[in-house]
Ligand binder design. Structure first.
Ligand SMILES: [Zn+2]
Ligand SMILES: [Zn+2]
Length: 137
């Protein structure tokens, strides 16, 4: 059995691939939700604000971003440097650069359109009416 001391609170715990004890892991998960909601509410918040308002250190926030759990928008990502997962270009945050995310987005939009089209077709066949004019763009 591998026993380590928790990096956050120093308590000894059974090591399972994490540097934190289960209590701190749970607290961190709750913190993550808090920070994510904060960023959603304050999209232009700077990293310093995020850390201060949520009582969380920058390393932790950076790790969430790197893990792709947290997406930074606005100025918060300004002083951070990441690489686009698709083309390797330097980006300020998130997972993909502007070009790649646009490309991916249009792919997703295309898929959504196809899906919508088949749903429309299905409902037309089902009800025998045309929804052409009602369809949202
Ligand atoms: Zn702990
Ligand atoms: Zn890219």
């Amino acid at each position: 059995m591998d026993i380590k001391s928790c990096r956050t609170c120093g308590k000894m715990f059974q090591y399972r691939g994490s540097y934190q004890c289960p209590d701190c892991m749970r607290a961190l998960d709750e913190k993550f939700v808090e920070v994510r909601n904060y960023i959603l509410d304050n999209p232009s918040a700077a990293m310093a604000d995020i850390c201060e308002e949520n009582d969380v250190d920058q390393d932790t926030v950076m790790r969430w971003i790197r893990e792709g759990r947290l997406l930074m928008s606005g100025s918060a990502g300004g002083d951070l440097h990441f690489q686009c997962r698709n083309c390797g270009k330097k980006i300020n945050g998130g997972t993909y650069c502007f070009d790649c995310s646009n490309k991916l987005k249009s792919q997703i939009d295309g898929t959504a359109r196809d899906l919508q089209r088949s749903i429309d077709k299905l409902s037309q066949e089902k009800h025998g009416i045309h929804t052409q004019g009602l369809r949202r763009k």
